[in-house]
Ligand binder design. Sequence first.
Ligand SMILES: C[S@@+](CC[C@H](N)C(=O)[O-])C[C@H]1O[C@@H](n2cnc3c(N)ncnc32)[C@H](O)[C@@H]1O
Length: 341
Amino acid sequence: MLKEVLKINILNWIEEEFKPQFCTSEEFIYDDMESQSGYSLPIIYKTFDGTKKSHWVDRGHLYDFLYSTKGKGKKLLDFGPGDGWPSLIIAPYVREVIGLDSSHSRVETCIENAKRLGINNAKFKYYSAGDKIPFDDNTFDGIMAASAIEQTPDPKKILKELFRVLKSGGQLRISYESLNEYKKGKEKGIWIAELKNEKCRMILFNRNINKEFVIQYGITLATSKQELENVLSKKYDGISYENITVEFLDKIKNQIIDVNKLRTTHPSGKTYVKWLEEMGFKKVIPSYSGGLAAANLYEHYKDDKKIKEVESVDKLIRPTVKIVSHLEAPIEKNPPITAIK
Ligand SMILES: C[S@@+](CC[C@H](N)C(=O)[O-])C[C@H]1O[C@@H](n2cnc3c(N)ncnc32)[C@H](O)[C@@H]1O
């Protein structure tokens, strides 16, 4: 309880001290990151490594998006691709994929990655957040949105726009960050993001789970992520929200370049289903995640030396993902959602 009071105070203190202004998510973080994924993505940045669970999970997500959108040989939209995920890994299976992002920096990164990987059927386009999506009605056979809708200024408006540009009979597959996983004491949190030019941003999260929104405070520092982590680990006993005190912020004050804030809406699975049905989607199905299926398969087969190459891993996980990504899942578990127009 005491800690809680102190933490409310730290956010109040930041408000009072720096008078941060609200900005969009691309201004808050996406424009300033060299890599949105920390250069971790298999195939896009790293050679596929079948000994790693995360690499199996990535393949699971890929086939989930492919099957859920019925995208094979079709034209897909990837809304909010970040570093080009999943556009660049799905590209070999589809006719064309267009990644649409409101961050110039992310679009440039996607284009560079496509070029480096020799992928010609993945195109990336910038548009200004809040504008109409720059495509005609009924343009896409299928749409993917991975952890992106909740980053936009108005998720409901974006879903309406995605409905408009999706062809009749087309399928939209959404994966999203649900706030449910932060229940029981994880409502407040910290993340340190590495930025371009040896800078970092310390982000403090204040999540309102019931009201489905998050306020983030971003404190930009003229120091690298590594240096800040070292200071927090050595002098302040680790990187935790509780360690960000007035005393600590005061100590690093001369390193602070600016402070801003972001408010994002995080619809729960239930809210997504309600909105999508209201919008006119014929069928809305929360279903199991291909990524989760791949993670479980990894646990069963991790000691099998014959299943390590991407081809053998794919061969194993494809049939399972094909089934589970169509299998209805309890909404309380925040499964990805398919909406059919
Ligand atoms: C959490 S990242 C997800 C990136 C990628 N889909 C992935 O899963 O690795 C969110 C992405 O959404 C983009 N974004 C934020 N607001 C947006 C908007 N209004 N329209 C389109 N993209 C947006 C960000 O720039 C960023 O690339």
